[in-house]
Write a protein that binds this ligand. Structure first.
Ligand code: AMP
Length: 289
C-alpha cells in the first residue's frame, strides 16, 4: 500500500493506473476509520483493480462552532485499517493544498442539499460537494463508494456526479451497525458510557416508524408520533430533526401522506450530550403498488 500526502503525487499514481487499463475505485473518508468505512473499502476491493482511500477532515464542511477541532484523528490506526482492507493508496490530503491561498470555487447542489442536514448545517453540503468534486478530479476513479448511513450526502454526491458529467459511478453501501443497532460513526467515540446507552434509541425509533409504515400507516404525522414515542427526547437526547421525506428527491410528501408504494426516507439527527448523531431508514419504492 502506498501512503501519499501530496495531491500531484496521488493524481500521478492514479493516472498511471488508468493508463494501464486498471479500474480505479475511490472511498472518500474523514478518517477515524471503523467497520462502516471498512465495508466500503472491502466492496471497492472486490469490484475494482485498484482502491484509493482518501483521508481528509474537510474543514469547509464544518460550520462555526461545530466539532472540527474535536473531530477524531487516528492516522496510524487508519493506515493499518486500510492495509487490512487491501487498499492500494491511502491518500492523506493536506488542507493547504486542497484550499490554497486564493481558493474561490465552490460546488453548490441545490434542492436536495437544502432540507435535513442542509437546514441544520448551512455550509455543510457546499463543503462536501466541493471536496468530493476535487477528490474525484484528482483520482478520476471509475467508481466511488459512499455509505447509506449518510443518506442525504449520498444523494447529493450522486446528483453532482450526474449534473457535472463526471463519468464516475456512485455506489452506495448499507449502513454498518453495532449489535444494538447504533450506526457506526467516527463520532461515537465521543459518547460517554451513559450517552452510549441512550444512543441506540435513534435506530430503535427509526425501525418502529418504518414498521408502522410497512403495516400501512400513510399519515406522516402518525409516523412521526411513533418515532418520537420511541426516541423519548429529553435532556439526554435532543432532536435536531426527525422527518419523513421522499427517498428519491428528499421533498416533503404532498398532503403529509405516504403514497402507496412510494420510496420513503425516515431520517433523524439528534444530540446525545454534545455529540450530534444521524441515522435513517429507507423504504424502497414498491413497483407493484
Ligand atoms: P466519514 O468518514 O464519516 O466522512 O464517512 C466516510 C464514508 O463512510 C461516507 O460515505 C459515509 O457514509 C461512510 N460511512 C460512515 N459510517 C458508516 C457506516 N456506519 N456504515 C456504512 N458507511 C458508513
Amino acid at each position: 500500500m502506498r501512503v501519499i500526502e501530496g495531491l500531484e503525487e496521488a493524481a500521478g499514481l492514479c493516472d498511471r493506473w488508468r493508463a494501464a487499463g486498471l479500474g480505479v475505485g475511490l472511498v472518500p473518508t474523514m478518517g477515524a476509520l471503523h467497520e462502516g468505512h471498512a465495508s466500503l473499502l472491502r466492496r471497492a476491493r472486490a469490484e475494482c483493480d485498484r482502491v484509493a482511500a482518501s483521508i481528509f477532515v474537510n474543514p469547509t464542511q464544518f460550520g462555526p462552532g461545530e466539532d472540527l477541532a474535536a473531530y477524531p484523528r487516528t492516522r496510524d490506526a487508519d493506515v493499518a485499517l486500510c492495509e487490512g482492507a487491501g487498499v492500494d493508496l491511502a491518500f492523506f490530503a493536506r488542507a493547504e493544498e486542497v484550499y490554497p491561498e486564493g481558493f474561490q470555487t465552490w460546488v453548490t447542489v441545490e434542492h436536495i442539499a437544502r432540507p435535513l442536514c442542509g437546514a441544520s448545517r448551512p455550509v455543510h453540503f457546499r463543503g462536501v460537494a466541493t471536496v468530493v468534486t476535487q477528490l474525484l478530479a484528482i483520482v478520476r476513479p471509475h467508481r466511488a463508494y459512499f455509505g447509506a448511513k449518510d443518506y442525504q450526502q449520498s444523494r447529493v454526491v450522486a446528483r453532482l456526479a450526474r449534473d457535472l458529467h463526471l463519468g464516475v459511478e456512485i455506489r452506495v453501501c448499507d449502513a454498518v451497525r453495532e449489535p444494538d443497532g447504533l450506526a457506526m460513526s467516527s463520532r461515537n467515540r465521543h459518547l460517554s458510557l451513559p450517552e452510549r446507552a441512550v444512543a441506540p434509541r435513534i435506530y430503535r425509533a427509526l425501525v418502529a416508524a418504518r414498521d408502522l409504515v410497512l403495516t400501512g400507516e400513510a399519515r406522516v404525522g402518525r409516523v412521526l408520533e411513533r418515532l418520537h414515542e420511541v426516541l423519548e427526547p429529553g435532556p439526554e437526547l435532543r432532536i435536531d430533526y426527525a422527518e419523513v421525506r421522499d427517498a428519491e428527491d428528499l421533498r416533503e410528501l404532498p398532503g403529509g401522506r405516504i403514497a402507496r408504494g412510494a420510496g420513503v426516507l425516515i431520517a433523524v439527527a439528534a444530540f446525545v450530550g454534545n455529540t450530534r448523531l444521524i441515522d435513517n431508514v429507507v423504504i424502497p419504492p414498491d413497483p407493484r403498488a
